[in-house]
Design a protein around this ligand. Sequence first.
Ligand code: 4AD
Ligand code: MG
Length: 436
Amino acid sequence: MKPKRITISAASQHVGETVSIPGWLYNLRKSGKIAFPLLRDGTGIMQCVAVKSALPEPVFDAIKDLTQESSVIFTGKIRADERAPGGYEMDVENVEVVQRVPEADPYPITPKEHGVDFLMDHRHLWLRSQRQHAILGVRHEVIRAVRDYFDSNGFTLVDTPIFTPAACEGTTTLFEVNYFEDEKAYLAQSGQLYNEATAAAFGKVYCFGPTFRAEKSKTRRHLTEFWMVEPEMAYAALEDVKQVAEEMIVFVVGRVLEKRRAELKLLERDVSKLEAIQAPFPRMSYDDAVKFLQSKGSEIQWGGDFGGADETLLSQEHDRPLMVDGYPSSVKAFYMQPNPERPEVAMCVDVLAPEGYGEVIGGGQRIHDYDLLLRRIGEHHLPKDAFEWYLDLRRFGTVPHGGFGMGIERCVAWLCGLEHVRETIAFPRMLYRLRP
Ligand code: 4AD
Ligand code: MG
């Protein structure tokens, strides 16, 4: 009978059984009489033990000659061992070498230190390392938690298009593409405008997909392609938007702490910092934020947008995300609802993650008045034609509404405690990075 195929993560259910585990050779320690191949299979890493005297000679020779990242199927008996990395080991009885990586052209990523450019050039292979594996595991959990949060709170997922005829977040970061004959299209910067349409159909919606910004700046927070989750609610004011943002973040952080302890440990993340993420979050007006920043020596003047350094200063002050509201309308997008008592500021909120991570969420209330919106479209020199459908939403049953967008990569960088967003997505796209 052929031994059952299992994954390393399922080893605990097969103690004492002879099983097969397909995977890749992560590492190999050996002497003349015994070899300890470390097998990885995507679900975990397992130490295997191959004893020369217990194995047919060709089997032992094949194992001791294995090279890093060769693909192999090990067969053997599972044994519990407290000292082993995952708590279980395999006493090897047989091996099938699917492909042996030749010495002449060895796996390029070795346990020694490599520079970040080298690793980025080999991103397709770097993903196999434990650290990258852990980060992408957390990313997966964040995405699942975000979906669970909205799905169980009355939001309907309605995906929005990626080819769009007009800008949402300012014309300076648009990626233009040829869309047949004479038409130009732009890659979506945000699904928000379409969310506003679907919110009028469903009440509460969210979209979740890739978004694109031709960001010419090289920072540790910017990608040119990133994933954003964007909820939108009809009959909602700024306060409702803040509440959902707060609740969602607490939920997502809680879920990651619950399910991804092992990954956080591997990343040496101080989880006490994440355990502190509880409601209510501190709130601050833009006005007060400017005063605070000036007191810390920032050059910021009222009316300017915060730079990365300003956001870092602000978010270092608190052990929870900080909600900053009431930015000057002039630094925000055309659709932002002005404060009726102070039209020079917008009914918007940015959520700044603690520990210096900066903005993870941007959102607010949208202009629901037809005339005002039309005026803003003009002031921003946006093509009215392309926005006719958007204006329709103010012609037919307009209501106060709002929502926000959270960048998944920035959220993952924060939760994993990473310096740079480039490690939070499998194949990052940045100003100087389009490959692999
Ligand atoms: O603040 P932003 O530009 O807001 C919007 O796009 C709104 N239309 C969202 C909405 O209200 N529905 O972007 C929202 C979030 C930021 O807080 C940040 O987390 C992320 O998207 N983000 C980026 N992440 C990585 N690279 C970039 N270049 C990003 N630009 C924005
Ligand atoms: Mg923003």
